[in-house]
Design a protein around this ligand. Structure first.
Ligand code: BV8
Length: 232
């Protein structure tokens, strides 16, 4: 069975990673224009680096939850027939056992050189980073996709959505495009669609099946359903 799964901040909420738009969301701490745009970084790189350095440091204090673990079990069963796309920049899918994760909005544990485009793994604060190891220019930035920038892996995602038999969206508000449009694209190509979210998302009406509750309960149950179908 060919499956595409899209995850958002809600899948990491029960691990203790704040979401963006819930009452205590990250954006509450900052206006999104202040931190997640190239203009914001050019205008005030220190504030943007502090925002991402704090989130990178917070990763050490969180653990994957049963939803991440269940998706890793799904990957072991489906192999290349599963495409797991995440809007999240944390590493909880990988720490939960997934090995093939497409981070369409980039990753906290990576640095990007704005001068030469080189990427390198990054653990600690980036605000104190030296020059790029490849080109020598002091142009390192968080390897994340800001508003107005092109998400990563779009060709691969589009091809998978066109072939998918099932599209499942987990823990996302459906507020940010192009991710929020994946359900319509998948449905237009004949996929079954299911939303697993704490509350109905902005796009819930596009889903043939919408289930509401915590991901740590809904995702393992949904994965069990898929596995029993695949193994039948
Ligand atoms: C692009 C950076 C062109 C990394 C992020 C006007 C109309 C429509 C679109 C636009 C427009 N003006 C501009 C645009 C485009 C813009 C956009 O969509 N803006 C929005 C605000 C209107 N998009 C872009 O600029 C994108 N680029 O369009 O380029 C293009 C397009 C296609 C092809 C080629 C070129 C770039 C978008 C990326 C922006 N970067 N982050 C970082 O800092 O993390 S977005 C940011 O929001 C995060 O990446 C996050 O992933 C994303 C979405 O948020 P969610 O993950 O959904 O989190 P949220 O808090 O919103 O929701 C959490 C959900 O979980 C809630 O529903 C909650 O109920 C649920 N939940 C909570 N707890 C649980 C739970 N569910 C289950 N269990 C729980 N326990």
């Amino acid at each position: 069975m060919r499956v595409v799964v899209l995850t958002g901040a809600g899948i990491s909420a029960e691990s203790g990673v704040p979401t963006f738009r819930d009452a205590d969301g990250l954006w509450e701490g900052h206006r999104v224009e202040d931190v997640a745009t190239p203009q914001a970084f050019d205008a005030d790189p220190g504030t943007v680096h502090r925002f991402y350095d704090a989130r990178r440091a917070a990763l050490a204090g969180v653990e994957p939850n049963p939803a991440h673990v269940a998706l890793a079990e799904l990957e072991r069963a489906l192999g290349p027939d599963l495409l797991l796309v995440t809007q999240n920049i944390d590493d909880l899918h990988e720490r939960g056992g997934s090995t093939a994760v497409l981070h369409m909005h980039g990753r906290l544990l990576s640095a990007l050189c704005a001068e030469c485009g080189a990427r390198c793994p990054w653990e600690g604060p980036m605000i104190t980073a030296g020059p790029c190891a490849l080109c020598g220019v002091a142009a390192l930035r968080p390897d994340v996709v800001w508003f107005g920038e092109v998400p990563l892996g779009m060709d691969r995602i589009q091809a998978a959505l066109e072939r998918a038999e099932v599209f499942c969206s987990i823990g996302t508000s459906g507020a940010v495009y192009p991710a929020a449009g994946f359900v319509q694209y998948a449905r237009a190509h004949g996929a079954g669609t299911v939303e697993l979210n704490l509350v109905p998302s902005e796009g819930t009406h596009h889903f043939a099946d919408a289930r509401h509750g915590p991901a740590s309960q809904l995702v393992p149950a949904w994965v069990d359903e898929v596995l029993s179908e695949v193994r039948a």
